[in-house]
Ligand binder design. Sequence first.
Ligand code: BGC
Length: 452
Amino acid sequence: MPQTYEFPRGFLWGSATSAYQIEGSPLADGAGQSIWHRFVRTPGMVKDGDTGDVACDHYRRYRDDVALMKSLGLKAYRFSIAWARILPDGTGRVNPGGLDFYDRLVDTLLENGIEPLATLYHWDLPAALDDRGGWLNPDIADWFAEYASVMYRKLDGRVKKWATLNEPWVVTDGGYLHGALAPGHRNKYEAPIASHHLMRSHGAAVKAYRAEGKHEVGLVVNLEPKYAASGSADDKAAVARAHAYMNRQYLDPVFKREYPAELREIFGDAWPEWPAEDFELIGQKIDFLGVNYYTRNVTKNDPLSYPLKAVPVKQDATYTETGWEVFPQGLTDTLTWVRDEYGNPPVYITENGSAFYDPPRAEAETLEDPLRVDYLGKHLKAVHAAIAEGCDVRGYMAWSLLDNLEWSLGFSKRFGIVHVDFATQKRTPKRTARVYADIVASNGRALGAPPR
Ligand code: BGC
């Protein structure tokens, strides 16, 4: 008998974006500069000198984009709020123009029957706060809670699902250790400090939510399962380090109130001690975990690689344009690992998707993107398998609604289920969007249908 793919009732089907990647108009209506506004202006940091000055022009076209979501039958939309639009100096003065934008966006979503999921921080720190040390300054936990409270007071009730941070690992690894992302630091001593203050800030925003909000608050992490390249003890130890660094570093403190022991081995004398009360702040109960999943990593020991002494091993498999192996089983494995390790928390897949080549112009009403269609279907089946194994997965947000600014890779990588012609801003659904619309409308059953 062919397998059927019915998802649980009320499963939340949607798509995701982030502010700097799509909005454009970064300084409109009184907004302050963010670190990305600066970083894109630093020569050599972003491919082809691309910027988010226009991006998808979503700041002005949000109504059309919401109509597009509705036409695809999407039930939810995960977006992020640009902190510097709300508090141009990062703290203190609130900017009504910035608040208005998200107010209108949320109302437009609700009018169209689409549930908003708001992320408070998706990498665009106010530049004014970077000038005060950014994520290295311990005061940032208070700054973040202040900003979060402004948003809770404005939108809680209309927004019922809040995420504090998007992917603290990327913020630190890209922003403070390897320097490929804003603010572009490369410093082993800074990295653990930035991570810890990110997690304290998460905790402070959860605490503020319990005072101000009445619905759900959670954290979004990117998880990438690690598999040993061989059965050797060295490779197994390399996997343990890689797993602790990327995955457990941000979940153990939330669910177990401690960091994994491997981090001391990785960072050596750069690994600080932190007071016990910090873990009480970080380890407050969250209502859901957001999981972003893209790929896996087969890992082997390599004494020369910094800082993990571990490197990925290329597989005989399909790779996306960002060089990531397509490995749907890794999503099931990740979800069952979260179930077993952290007490089966409610999970939303807050991002999953793929960059494959699409042309700059779409010539038909639907752009054919067979590799992305295949990626979507296989990963949704992997989510379904995890649910069948008892994982409490409650929703799936495709990354991304639109082709957008892929950070330091500029517009060169297209993750959208909808194509954007950046010369004209024309939106064209890709086949993935059409297939996804059928899956959403049938609550998953269309996954069992023969390919067309
Ligand atoms: C981020 C997105 C990014 C995507 C693809 C995630 O790490 O949250 O902003 O575009 O991956 O690289």
